[in-house]
Design a protein around this ligand. Sequence first.
Ligand SMILES: NC(=O)c1ccc[n+]([C@@H]2O[C@H](COP(=O)([O-])OP(=O)(O)OC[C@H]3O[C@@H](n4cnc5c(N)ncnc54)[C@H](O)[C@@H]3O)[C@@H](O)[C@H]2O)c1
Length: 338
Amino acid sequence: MKNILLTGTAGFIGSNFVPYFLEKYPNYNLVNLDLLTYAGNLENLKECESNPRYKFIKGDICNRELVEFIFNEYDIRGVIHFAAESHVDNSIKNPGVFVQTNVNGTYTLVDVAKKYWMEKPFTYKPEYQDCRFHHISTDEVYGTLTDDPNDLFTESTPYAPNSPYSASKASSDMIVRAYVETFGLNCVITNCSNNYGPKQHDEKLIPTIIRNALKGNPIPIYGDGKNIRDWLYVFDHCKGIDLVYHNSKKGETYNIGGRNERTNLQIVDRICTILDEQVPKETSYKDLITFVEDRAGHDRRYAIDATKLEHELGWKADENFDSGIVKTIEWYLGKYLI
Ligand SMILES: NC(=O)c1ccc[n+]([C@@H]2O[C@H](COP(=O)([O-])OP(=O)(O)OC[C@H]3O[C@@H](n4cnc5c(N)ncnc54)[C@H](O)[C@@H]3O)[C@@H](O)[C@H]2O)c1
């Protein structure tokens, strides 16, 4: 049996990843560290609670003493690091906590891993040779793209983060990179595009659209609604993480994205069309769309070139936006219509 530390798993992506990983790898014990901020919800992990290979610890990734205790107590042999402050709007209102959690928290984890697994730079302790640190990051570190459809983020696109959120994630990527280059720590980084699917926090775009529509409230859309994101169904992200964690070479970075570029207007239009069919009201949900003042520094377009992951590790998204959004809406109807 191998003990793996997963951070931030009471949030959106982590809580989709844990049941998948528990089921796929019966030889792993998963130790889950999450502070349960406003974004973390143990309901998301209810299905795992009775599994003897699942352990939950409430705590802060910035708490070095706690992180060291966990490594020692559970003899941690791998880390998959999801924990972060993740909402761009919050990073505009309160950047400090983003620097604290995303930068200092990542530093704490990677530094404790180095000390626990390694004797000296580029020399692992004999029994820890295969231990790996996987840092989950975002495509937002690359900044914004032009409208040219051939303009895509690759792994060699220079970092140019524009929001405090993306700047803190870019900084955390750089710290992880430095631990590879300076100490020879076995790390990998994945930079993923916008995820959607079950268990996402109410504050994010797609749950906000569905919730407001069902309540008959205005559906707020920033600016002209023409900002483009490359949407990936969360389980396809989980499968990409799994592939990279197990099969990538040390020090590699991979972009993960579904080749599903959509404007926010296309997203809201598609969701309203599906809701009009599934939960019809007298008037179309589209009548609720309301344009609101744009987000400060709002990046115009993100789009991922996932060729490296597809060619080197054989990853392919199983869902496209049209199939994934139907499953997603079904899940939120279960949540919001109770
Ligand atoms: N959601 C996306 O579309 C997306 C896309 C690309 C990358 N990412 C990255 O994936 C990771 C997970 O994103 P998410 O959408 O699931 O985020 P989320 O906000 O839904 O969940 C974050 C989790 O981290 C926990 N957390 C926050 N601060 C903590 C701390 N100091 N110590 C311990 N736990 C803490 C929260 O309680 C929460 O459970 C993040 O690193 C994010 O940058 C997200």
